[in-house]
Design a protein around this ligand. Structure first.
Ligand SMILES: [Zn+2]
Ligand SMILES: [Zn+2]
Length: 284
């Protein structure tokens, strides 16, 4: 019942329907993205990124922690979220713990736009400002890698080796953006954080797809319309673009047809819809 997309060496697995539930698992990075449902595949992740506090994104956190306890996992889940919602999330877990007679604890990491935190080895996550009805963040997961400094590229190997032995710093630190995630936001998230256009894979909401929703209503709910992504088609340098968080006004089996008809071909080739295959109804 989960949708699974294979994007090169990355898998994205989960479910997402706007206003109903969003919960994604990216096994390659041991990451969960929101927890509006608690599928078992998410229970083993080391880190969960929460975009914001709406129930279709955070409502199943208690269930996920319960599954972890059932599985005997001892280390608390690391939950990265907007700094403004840490207290409310902790209070809700205290209430749930009281119901359970069992402590459901997390390692809470509150971030503000522009801040970053390590995810392990050379992997980091940076928060970007998203624009929603409540505090909301977009995330950029990147590797920080040491590469030969451009001034040394193409020089003979023995020269480079001599410089290294002499203790010269011949490396430059660069960032390799792997994954970006933006949902429940106005499209201006992209204009404020152009780094999202450069991630190898960008997972982004396209809650509304055609004329069934007026642009005024889309903006009132602080969401993105496909027209607004089409207007920026030339800017997407991502290898893979994953669209998700579709409104339930669209049937899953009509989404790809709408994308075929509306996206410029060069972008359509790289675009994947997070929808259950050949299904007329959303799961659940
Ligand atoms: Zn949502
Ligand atoms: Zn929301």
């Amino acid at each position: 019942m989960l949708t699974e997309l294979k994007l090169g060496d990355m898998t994205v697995r989960g479910l997402s329907v706007g206003g109903i539930y969003t919960a994604l698992h990216v096994p390659q990075f041991d990451l969960g993205l929101d927890v509006g449902l608690a599928p078992r595949t998410l229970a083993g992740v080391r880190t969960l990124l929460l975009t914001h506090g709406h129930v279709d994104h955070v409502g199943s956190l208690g269930t996920l922690l319960g599954i972890r306890a059932l599985q005997g996992q001892r280390s608390p889940l690391r939950v990265i979220m907007p700094a403004e919602i840490v207290d409310a999330v902790q209070h809700s877990l205290e209430a749930t713990s009281a119901l359970q007679h069992w402590p459901l604890t997390i390692e809470a990491v509150g971030l503000r736009a522009g801040e970053e935190t390590p995810l392990g080895s050379d992997l980091f996550v940076r928060a970007h400002q998203a624009f929603h009805l409540v505090p909301c963040l977009a995330y950029e997961v990147f590797r920080r890698v040491r590469k030969l400094h451009p001034s040394w590229v193409g020089r003979p190997g023995n020269e480079i080796a001599r410089a290294r032995e002499a203790g010269e710093d011949i490396f430059a630190v660069t960032e390799r953006p792997e994954l970006a995630y933006a949902t429940d936001t106005l499209v201006s998230v992209l204009d404020h954080a152009p780094a999202l256009f450069a991630a190898k894979t960008l997972i982004i909401e396209a809650t509304f797809l055609d004329g069934r929703k007026s642009m005024e209503a889309v903006h009132a709910g602080c969401h993105i319309h496909l027209d607004e992504l089409i207007a920026r088609a030339e800017q997407f340098r991502n290898e893979h673009l994953v669209l998700m968080h579709f409104s339930q006004m669209y049937r899953p089996d009509e989404v790809n047809g709408i994308l075929d008809a509306r996206l410029p071909p060069a972008l359509r080739q790289r675009t994947h819809a997070l929808v259950p295959a050949d299904n007329a109804n959303w799961p659940g």
